[in-house]
Write a protein that binds this ligand. Structure first.
Ligand code: KG4
Ligand code: ZN
Length: 364
């Protein structure tokens, strides 16, 4: 039995500045303190995240986030066994802010430092929330990412497929902008869709009939734009009902695409004969109840358990980074001061690159 460890987690890869303290052993962990400072208000007037503003806000708020998380845990920094920090993928200015802060703390105190892949943090979340056993199937769906992974271990992930263009959260945000709804677009579309008809617009399910688990969302966004422009040309503006029907039809298309490809991914995963087969979902888009319900139905049809962590652990947070630190401490040594921040950082380095991969490797 492993000895329980206490890990300070730091997250600053996009527009949330977060710190958390997690204590436990792999698969049995407790969050002792957790703080997330969102930046929605700072970026609102620009219609999206401005990297320079994000990086500056992280630099200003990281110290107070860490101090508050330690205060909540009622622990001094000297009680921390390791510092885990997101070292990529993400907006480079923000990732650098977090890595520099973590390095400074590690250097000053001698506490071991672990660089954690942000995607591993999301993908390991069901180990923190539910103590699920390896292997499990993970659908990671957020503002910047979309992939099916088999989590074999704390640092071993097999990617079965993912988006070849936009991430679903990105599509929700762009479509919300087209419909004149607030940012972030996901929650705004979910609310608008409640009064809408998901069958009014037959939006495409790109790649639905192609084998494999890859997905595409950019054509869907264009289809919503065309449907909106047709309405605008016909009646000069969008009625509330049009907005609701467009939102509902778009949300149904995203959910349907994710559900269909989840079936494919489940087939691959179930061929491994896992003892307690589980489909997990994580990332901001996992907060969507319509999507959760459809995925739960798919899981039930395949005799598989379905796990969706609480919302605070789905969207970006540092508890998932600290928990990934607890897990990874058991299988590898710490990183040194040579740890670097990386804008791109695929989780599965063995699988073939996805479309859209650049010189630095597969698009994360
Ligand atoms: O995981 P997250 O906080 O940050 C990234 O790592 O990207 O995800 C943020 C994304 C945004 O695009 C937001 O619109 C989307 O998650 N999102 C939702 C919902 N809540 C947040 N999408 C659909 N339905 C929701 N209820
Ligand atoms: Zn994320």
């Amino acid at each position: 039995m492993d000895q329980p460890v206490t890990v300070l987690g730091i997250e600053s890869s996009c527009d949330d500045t977060a710190a958390a303290v997690v204590r436990g052993v792999p698969g049995d962990m407790q969050v002792l303190g957790a703080v997330v400072y969102g930046q929605t208000d700072l970026h609102a007037q620009f219609g999206g995240v401005v990297p320079e503003i994000a990086a500056r806000a992280h630099a200003e708020r990281l110290d107070v986030s860490i101090a508050t998380a330690l205060e909540q845990a009622n622990l001094p920094l000297s009680a921390i066994d390791a510092i885990a920090v997101t070292c990529g993928p993400g907006l480079i200015g923000g990732v650098v802010s977090g890595v520099m802060m973590a390095k400074g703390l590690a250097m000053a105190t001698g506490i071991p430092l672990y660089g954690v892949n942000h995607l591993a943090g999301h993908a390991l979340t069901p180990r923190l929330s539910d103590g699920v056993a390896f292997p499990y199937l993970m659908l990671l769906v957020s503002g910047g990412h979309c992939q099916f992974l088999i989590a074999h271990g704390p640092d071993r992930f097999e990617r079965l497929g993912g988006t070849i263009d936009d991430a679903p959260g990105e599509a929700f945000d762009k479509v919300a902008r087209l419909l004149g709804l607030d940012q972030p677009g996901g929650p705004a579309i979910e609310v608008a869709a409640r009064g809408g008809d998901p069958a009014r617009f037959a939006f495409p399910r790109p790649l639905a009939n192609k084998p494999g688990c890859d997905l595409s969302f950019s054509g869907l966004k264009t289809a919503v734009l065309r449907a909106r422009d047709d309405i605008l040309a016909g009646q000069g503006g969008l009625k509330t009902q049009d907005q609701a029907d467009l939102a509902a039809s778009f949300q149904a298309a995203v959910a349907d695409s994710l559900a269909r490809k989840s079936e494919r991914a489940l087939e691959v995963y179930l061929a491994l004969n896992p003892a307690a087969p589980t489909l997990c979902v994580a990332g901001g888009v996992a907060a969507n109840m319509y999507i959760r319900t459809l995925l739960e139905t798919v899981s039930e049809c395949h005799g598989t358990m379905f796990l969706a962590p609480p919302l605070a652990l789905c969207t970006d947070n540092a508890a998932m980074i600290a928990a990934a630190g607890v897990e990874q401490m058991q299988v590898r040594g710490p990183d040194g001061m040579g740890l670097s921040a990386r804008p791109r950082m695929p989780l599965d380095t063995q699988s073939a690159s996805m479309l859209g991969s650049g010189k630095k490797g597969a698009k994360a």
